[in-house]
Design a protein around this ligand. Structure first.
Ligand SMILES: [Zn+2]
Length: 426
């Protein structure tokens, strides 16, 4: 357990506090060079020095230990210039591997993910709704053991495990305060996973995990201010401000689903009344649909009270009046919350993710129409609403992003990062 705690400290806080200016400077320069190699591709040391505006001696001093530990590998020789041809260096995403665990309503997915966000292998296990946390962790452990056996890996060669889960999550402590659709309350999920897995584990809200994955591997790659909204059993956000995920003082920053939008609204799982997600989550949409059908004496030819979001979308496209009312009401309320998000964080764009968006695209289309037509006195609200990346938007990749970035930060801090192990079979 001591070992887990020591490694967890590195995982959680990434860089140690800057004891000296020099050490901090080296950390930042290392992260800059790694970012350049990841975003722009392989490069010579001279070219990296030019692009980073660092001296060739500084670049060489930083890169040498990374080459020795195989984080960087030689990928041919430069053809430019005369004289001795310089080595072209490339970031080696296989230098280490992380595991991503995505917990959903009725199943857990586990994947091995390399440092570039590529899924090396994955598997999953189903379970009935409202399964106990202990049993879900056991199933996840079995999945990871299967993946390790298939890829000739030992547990010690996993740099860390990221767990993504929807709900009210304190990512600093790993506590799941409420995951209403799973039926979980006050579950110390990080401890459960670490006891079973024996490696450092980071539990993160699905929306924040997706924002991180989009920031390093997806549509947020070259942007410093954006919001990733996860709309499913609730609404949560990963908010990227000046290139960093907003976590707040208690690790719960981004729980925008609990913004009050109607003080007379129904009570939310958080205990307050009229939260945004009480009106705009997936279950809320289905409740509204059932209510409207009862009210209009089944005036819908297309829909029954147990209709899915995909069926709602199909009925909307057919011109069904009830479907139209449900979609337009949702969009009007959703935009009310979006305006709050836009005023607060002034994002370059908002990524829409989660089952509500993927299963019923007419909802986000309706929201786009409303927000595109809004004109305020002080600002335009026409912030692009875009859909998540095909790859970075998946739960397992998002889950692993949170540990992959910590691993690189720890590396840049010159901390006791783990020995790198290449995947022999790949
Ligand atoms: Zn609430």
């Amino acid at each position: 357990m001591k070992e887990i705690i020591r490694r967890r400290i590195g995982l959680e806080f990434g860089a140690p506090p800057a004891k000296a200016g020099k050490q901090e400077l080296r950390r930042r320069n290392t992260l800059l060079l790694l970012a350049l190699l990841q975003s722009d591709g392989p490069s010579s040391q001279a070219e990296l020095a030019r692009r980073s505006a660092l001296s060739p001696a500084t670049v060489s001093g930083i890169l040498q230990p990374l080459i020795e530990s195989r984080i960087l590998v030689e990928e041919g020789k430069s053809t430019a210039g005369l004289g001795r041809r310089a080595s072209i260096l490339a970031f080696n995403p296989r230098a280490n591997i992380t595991a991503g665990v995505s917990i959903d309503l009725e199943g857990v997915e586990v994947a091995l993910v390399d440092l570039s966000g590529r899924v090396v292998d994955q598997t999953s296990a189903p379970y009935p709704r409202y399964t106990e946390p202990n049993e879900v962790v056991t199933l996840a452990a079995q999945c990871l053991a299967t993946l390790e056996a298939r890829n000739s890996l030992t547990r010690d060669s996993i740099a860390g495990v990221g767990v993504a889960i929807p709900g009210l999550i304190n990512s600093s402590t790993g506590l799941v305060q409420v995951a209403s659709n799973l039926g979980w309350m006050n579950v110390q999920l990080r401890d459960l996973f670490e006891q079973r897995f024996g490696v450092p584990v980071r539990v993160e809200h699905l929306g924040r995990a997706k924002a991180r994955a989009e920031a390093i591997w997806g549509k947020g790659k070259h942007h410093r201010n954006f919001v990733c909204l996860e709309i499913g059993s609730g609404i949560g956000a990963g908010i990227v401000v000046h290139g960093r995920i907003l976590r707040g003082s208690g690790g719960m920053g981004g729980e925008v689903g609990h913004m009050p939008v109607d003080p007379a609204g129904p009570v939310c799982a958080c205990g307050c009344k009229g939260c945004w997600e009480v009106f705009c989550s997936g279950p809320a949409i289905r409740r509204n649909l059932a209510h409207k059908l009862a009210e209009t004496a089944n005036a819908s030819a297309e829909l029954g009270p147990l209709a899915t979001l995909a069926e709602l979308h199909a009925a909307y496209l057919q011109g069904d009046a009830v479907a139209n009312a449900v979609v337009e009401e949702w969009a009007a309320c959703f935009v009310r919350g979006l305006i709050g998000v836009i005023w607060n964080f002034d994002p370059e764009f908002i990524l829409l993710t989660g089952p509500v968006v993927s299963q019923c695209p007419s909802l986000s289309e309706a929201a786009k129409r409303i927000i595109g037509g809004l004109k305020g006195n002080a600002r335009s609200f026409d912030v692009p609403l875009i859909l998540e990346s095909h790859h970075a938007g998946t739960g397992v990749v998002a889950a692993s992003a949170t540990v992959a970035t910590r691993y690189l930060e720890e590396l840049a801090s010159g901390g006791s990062h783990r020995e790198t192990r290449l995947l022999a079979a790949q």
